[in-house]
Ligand binder design. Structure first.
Ligand code: SF4
Length: 202
């Protein structure tokens, strides 16, 4: 695992789990949000994702816990958590509390399966849960809305280290005010809400 050159011991500025997820998608996105705040177009897929999530929450309240491998539990939707030590906050789509700890579930409107940035997002949530609720994260899932498929996601030391490294990288970028390199996956630029600001790719 590479280590970022951390320029200060204080974990500032504050970050969100969305920053980490977006950094894993393209390192420029947190730069645009924090260093050069710009207006951006809220894309159709983002709006649709919001509507889908509301529908899934309604469905979930009627279903049993068997598909999560649990007999019983307590569902909590849209839980905001903040860790002062990480200076990181995030909103978890679905937290299932049970006697041995808790499961995490994130809803995604994507046909492409579970991706690396989804794993980073869930690992960041796991750190928040451990730090703020002092509960063990027993399992994590991505619920793929189009296929109605529930995919388990492994979260271990490697994934949590990747979260800390990503947070340090973003903070270094913000402090230096340096535009990061564009993503190597050019197909991501096509539907990106920040595409108007990346003059070097068109
Ligand atoms: S347009 Fe491409 S390079 Fe620019 S922020 Fe979006 S994904 Fe990154």
């Amino acid at each position: 695992m590479r280590r970022a050159a951390i320029t200060s011991s204080a974990p500032t500025p504050p970050l969100t789990v969305t920053d980490l997820k977006q950094w894993a998608y393209c390192a420029r996105i947190p730069y645009y949000r924090h260093v050069m705040p710009v207006d951006f177009v809220r894309t159709f897929s983002m709006e649709r994702g919001r509507l889908i999530q509301a529908a899934v929450e309604t469905l979930e309240t009627r279903r049993s816990f068997k598909r999560y491998g649990l007999e019983r539990g307590e569902r909590r939707f849209g839980t905001w958590l903040y860790s002062p030590s990480l200076n990181l906050s995030g909103k978890i789509d679905l937290l299932i509390l049970h006697e041995r700890g808790c499961h995490l579930v994130d809803f995604k409107h994507t046909d492409g399966g579970v991706r690396y940035n989804h794993r980073i997002q869930l690992a960041a949530y796991a750190l928040l849960v451990q730090e703020t609720l002092a509960r063990k994260v027993t399992r994590a899932f991505v619920y793929l809305v189009p296929s109605r498929q529930l995919s388990g996601v492994s979260i271990g030391t490697r994934e949590k280290d990747a979260v800390r490294w990503a947070a340090a990288e973003i903070r270094n970028c913000i402090r230096r005010e340096e535009l990061p390199a564009r993503t190597a996956a050019r197909s991501r630029c096509i539907g990106c809400e920040f595409r108007n600001y990346c003059g070097d790719i068109w």
